[in-house]
Design a protein around this ligand. Structure first.
Ligand code: AMP
Ligand code: ZN
Length: 304
């Protein structure tokens, strides 16, 4: 979204602003935060994600998306606290944590930081070797585990955007990963020990979160995690390309997917075989969850 002179569709004045092609709208910089938060709020209403009485736990990474959703929910007067998970990925984690701490302090948002070191005595790389899974997969498992553990009765909110959702759908279509495809939705209801999860930015593109941070002077960390695999970048770029060359296409695609997934969802409930882990209670489809299995293997490994 380029910064251009626009006749704003909201205040009707000619000013610096943005041309949002997929909505065919021109919004000035002064009206943009209002426009952005209003769309976040209408997504929350549409999917009945939560209300002003709900306790929200926002997972903040330090990137533009999770900072944007946190700022928007704060402006909209929702009741929130934040969680940041530091996975000790070299400088990447150090800088991300600094940005999150600075932001939460300035916005007066209570923040809890979890450090992998204090939880499991191993690096992500060691855990990946022990679990025989890519670093990125282990990282995702750990993040979900800590988020659920810290949430108590709160609803977990993440900064997943329209780009993330569409990338994930395309990837799981390409590899026909039916079970993951069926799980994609703006809200995931509470079930078997997993908290309710909501993605209020599911209709908002990354260009729009960049613009929101820029207009509000929100400092964010603009680096991709060094462990993200190449395949992630391929889908990310494909989705950006679709949106640039065919404005509105990814939004239409996502809305179409949600309509169809309603019928497929009932199928998922028949597939599910989830029960609590015998060691920690976290939901799993075997007797011991993947995190406790990694911890056991780590013990064996360290004891020779
Ligand atoms: P990603 O999987 O990196 O695209 O992140 C998706 C969402 O997960 C972000 O928008 C955040 O809400 C959350 N998230 C990612 N990394 C972290 C982290 N280190 N700590 C807390 N939340 C995170
Ligand atoms: Zn305006």
């Amino acid at each position: 979204m380029e910064n251009v002179k626009v006749r704003c569709n909201i205040c009707k004045i000619l000013k610096d602003g943005f041309s949002i092609k997929h909505y065919n709208l021109k919004i000035c910089q002064d009206c943009y935060p209002y426009f952005f938060t209003k769309r976040v709020d209408s997504t929350i209403d549409k999917f009945k994600m939560f209300d002003r009485q709900s306790d929200l736990l926002i997972a903040i990474s330090g990137g533009k998306d999770s900072l944007s959703v946190t700022k928007a929910l704060k402006e909209l007067d929702y009741n929130l606290r934040a969680l940041h998970i530091n996975l000790n990925i070299t400088d990447f984690s150090k800088k991300s944590q600094e940005i999150v701490q600075k932001f939460c302090l300035a916005e007066k948002i209570p923040l809890k930081i979890i450090n992998l070191n204090d939880e499991i005595n191993a690096t992500l790389k060691e855990l990946s070797r022990i679990a025989k899974k890519p670093v990125c997969a282990v990282c995702g498992m750990l993040r979900r585990y800590f988020m659920n553990r810290e949430a108590n009765e709160s609803i977990i909110v993440t900064g997943h955007t329209l780009n993330d959702e569409v990338s994930f759908i395309l990837k799981n279509l390409l590899f026909w990963n039916d079970e993951l495809l069926l799980r994609i939705y703006p809200i995931l209801e509470k079930r078997e020990g997993l908290n309710k999860k909501a993605k209020p930015l599911c209709f908002i593109t990354e260009e729009e979160t960049i613009a929101y941070c820029k207009v509000l002077n929100i400092e964010y960390y603009d680096q991709t995690c060094p462990y993200k695999p190449e395949v992630y970048e391929i889908f990310k770029r494909t989705v950006e390309n679709f949106n640039n060359k065919l404005p509105g296409s990814i939004l239409g695609f996502y809305k179409g997917f949600l309509k169809r997934s309603m019928t497929l969802k009932s199928h998922l409930s028949n597939l599910s075989n989830i029960k609590p882990c015998q060691l920690c209670g976290y939901p799993t489809n075997s007797s011991i969850c993947s995190i406790c299995r990694i911890k056991e293997k780590l013990l064996q490994y360290k004891n020779g």
